[in-house]
Design a binder for this molecule. Structure first.
Ligand SMILES: [Zn+2]
Length: 124
């Protein structure tokens, strides 16, 4: 039978260490799981940034997603901010993918191309 600690699976407290990471059991300060997964994500990219419009299960115009940008999360967020401003809309960053509300494929393609990325429009 699994211990309560294993069942919880999320962040757990230990009186000695404070918060510990559920993956590596290191304290959060020593943990580098996030960095490692970030590096793995970036290493797996093929250098092509893909822009895709997604409407399924979403209201109205849907969103434009940008995947494959070889940047760590902090810089992705900064880039997302710039792109949202450029499109005059909202958006978010999820799992290394930038989501921009509405259909802004052309604007985003131009913006990213001017930043030096190799950009491909994917899907419909
Ligand atoms: Zn960890």
């Amino acid at each position: 039978m699994a211990s309560l600690r294993d069942q919880l699976g999320g962040l757990v407290y230990s009186t000695e260490q404070g918060k510990t990471c559920p993956s590596c059991r290191e304290s959060i300060d020593d943990c580098c799981c996030e960095d490692t997964s970030e590096q793995a994500r970036i290493a797996n990219l093929d250098g092509i940034v893909r822009i895709r419009r997604e409407t399924s299960g979403r209201k109205g115009k849907g969103v434009t997603t940008i995947s494959g940008i070889p940047l760590p999360n902090a810089e992705l967020k900064t880039l997302a901010k710039t792109l949202k401003k450029r499109c005059g809309t909202g958006g978010a960053v999820k799992d290394g993918i930038i989501e921009i509300q509405g259909d802004h494929r052309e604007t985003l393609q131009q913006a990213l191309t001017s930043l030096g990325y190799q950009v491909k429009l994917a899907g419909g």
